[in-house]
Design a protein around this ligand. Structure first.
Ligand SMILES: [Cu+2]
Length: 125
């Protein structure tokens, strides 16, 4: 019996302190967990060739500026109703085959507020 009562209290208080820290940590961890939301992964065309492709008709196009005006159907991935509007085109190669009046299938993304067509093919129908 070398340990004094004072030392015993010291050890006891350290144990209690570390226990309450652990308990507090555990509690906050639990709260974080309950707040966590599992984000639905965005739909992509990785598993379906046509999932995000939208139909449109070429109203006008400017290959130098990589701009195109399309009369488009509903664009589901950016939640836009049908209308006629201009778009930026990511690569001029997407426009090479196109002329006014052509029907197209295109895939557009909102990149920092700018709508950019990432893919576009002539619609055979
Ligand atoms: Cu639109």
């Amino acid at each position: 019996m070398t340990m004094s009562f004072k030392n015993f209290l010291l050890v006891l208080s350290i144990s209690l302190a570390s226990f309450s820290v652990m308990a507090g940590h555990h509690q906050s961890e639990h709260m974080d967990h309950s707040d966590m939301t599992h984000e639905q992964s965005a739909s992509s065309c990785a598993d379906d060739d046509s999932c995000d492709m939208t139909r449109g008709v070429v109203v006008s196009l400017n290959k130098e500026k990589r701009k195109i005006v399309l009369n488009h159907e509903e664009i589901k991935n950016i939640d836009m109703s049908p209308m006629t509007m201009p778009f930026s085109v990511e690569r001029v190669s997407l426009m090479h085959e196109l002329a006014k009046g052509d029907h197209v299938l295109f895939y557009v993304e909102n990149v920092d507020g700018e709508l950019i067509i990432k893919e576009m093919v002539k619609d055979s129908k």
